[in-house]
Design a protein around this ligand. Sequence first.
Ligand SMILES: [Zn+2]
Length: 218
Amino acid sequence: MAIDSAAITAAVRAALESQGVKVIAGADNLVPVGVSNRHIHLSAAHVEALFGKGYELQPMKELSQPGQYACKEQLTIIGPSMRPIEKVRVLGPVRKATQVEISRTDSYTLKVKAPVRESGSIAGTPGLTIVGPKGVVTISEGCIIANRHIHMSPADGQAFGVKDGEYVNVEVDGERRTKWYDVQVRVHPDFRLEMHVDTDDANAVGLPCGSQVRVVKD
Ligand SMILES: [Zn+2]
């Protein structure tokens, strides 16, 4: 039987707290970091519009979050600057609405005023044009800069003492150590413990692949 360390941590925390022992964030509050490069989630209709009728996305590599995968397909995005960004990776599976996640740096290249948003929250965001091998789609909204967030299973949430939608702060060690505030926690049974930041954040602090950061509540 697999030992669920997060569940054990949660049980120990609950036992201590029931005896009035205050559990303070310590060395165990580490979270692995995944750096998200710019990418596109597509609706089923837009898959067909860009790649042709009946086309299905081809999974290339599984991502850390169960059920999510990088696809072989790449697309070009164009904003008002008319300076295209090529080879933007498509992530699957298909979603209800198309969403393009870029960095602030990309937004200057494209001249798109993308706001920082939680994934899926695209109302009122700017659109842009997506060019595929078989067609072109211009979306009226859906271009965002993803917020900093941490994926957690319910057991992880218990272990960290946080709830879905809560915000925490995160300390980042290294040569250009820093602290990120207002990092959104997202708890779901399908999630695996990982913090997601974009390339601007990762590059600013020189986060190497496989880094860990520490969740703090103050
Ligand atoms: Zn994520």
